[in-house]
Design a protein around this ligand. Structure first.
Ligand code: PGA
Length: 303
């Protein structure tokens, strides 16, 4: 008789086994830690053997755990293959996809689209990169098929799915006196100047809310509508910056910028994919939405 395992149990187990941590699996799958632990307990009871073991603080896979991990990867690959075959049957070889993404999301959205368009070579894609305020207006006019942005907008009815964390971090030039200090109190940065995004940017709104909530005044040195320009300005010493971690790659690797360990940071935001409520998505748009929900994290290179 076949093992009575569910795909859900395998998915949770696969994530916990990959990270060797229930906590990280819970974060990745947006579940609670007890939720993860329950799924794995159920799987262990079906299998009839423990899948993880603990030595000191370290988690390991048992021999049965390694076997199940291997099968879970193979099953996932087969399901992905089935998805491609079914997409073909649904006639996804053609179509048009109109997407708008927040300026900050463009740092990973282009990589996502590149892979998506390899898979759906005949789908024509139109991508608009703009800030939160404009995205809100586009949604009010029901223009794009799908939008990728932080925090869904107020005042427009949308269907939104969260797919990834978006931590905002504080960056300084490598030689800044605060670089390398730990748990810098917020008061210590009140005398600093900031290079910030323009009004209407989601990042800007999140920063203003953060400082207002903590009763801290922040000084703006200069406003810019591009994250790339902000990073260059910070590097050149115009002020400190607060940007999404997804905009930073090379700057940290090459130590041109430093993350500052400031109390209350990172400011936690999330990425959402959304559409106007009740909008009927075309097969191409449905495929893209599913692709983002399932694969977006693979396209993120965190420094
Ligand atoms: P932004 O959006 O690029 O407009 O700042 C990002 C976000 O909403 O977090």
């Amino acid at each position: 008789m076949a093992l009575n395992i569910t795909f859900r149990q395998l998915k949770v187990f696969e994530s916990a086994a990959r990270h060797l941590s229930y906590t990280r699996a819970a974060e990745e799958l947006y579940l609670s830690q007890p939720g993860v632990s329950m799924q794995i307990k159920q799987l262990e009871s079906v299998v009839g053997l423990p899948l993880f073991e603990q030595t000191g603080k370290k988690m390991h896979l048992t021999e049965a755990g390694r076997e199940i991990y291997d099968y879970s990867l193979r099953i996932r690959r087969l399901l992905e293959e089935a998805e491609v075959v079914l997409d073909d049957l649904k006639g996804l070889q053609s179509g048009r996809l109109v997407i708008s993404v927040a300026t900050t999301a463009s740092h990973f959205a282009t990589r996502l689209l590149a892979t998506f368009s390899q898979r759906f070579a005949n789908v024509t894609i139109s991508l608009d990169i703009t800030n939160r305020e404009t995205l809100q207006r586009q949604l009010e006019n029901n223009e794009p098929d799908l939008v990728i942005m932080g925090q869904p907008p107020d005042g427009v009815e949308v269907e939104a799915d969260v797919f990834m964390d978006n931590p905002l971090v504080m960056v300084a030039p490598a030689n800044h006196p605060l670089a390398g200090q730990h748990e810098i109190p917020l008061g210590a940065i009140e005398s600093e100047k900031f290079v910030v995004r323009e009004q209407g940017s989601g990042t800007r709104i999140a920063i203003e809310r953060f400082f207002a909530r903590h009763g801290i005044h922040f000084n703006t040195a200069i406003e810019m509508s591009s994250n790339e320009a902000i990073k260059q300005a910070v590097e050149a010493g115009l002020g400190l910056g607060i940007v999404s971690i997804h905009t930073l790659e090379l700057e940290l690797e090459t130590a041109r910028l430093q993350l500052l360990d400031v109390q209350g940071f990172p400011i936690l935001r999330h990425w959402y994919i959304l559409q106007c409520k009740g909008k009927r998505l075309s097969p191409a748009a449905q495929a893209f939405k599913q692709f983002v929900l399932e694969h977006a994290k693979e396209f993120i290179r965190l420094p």
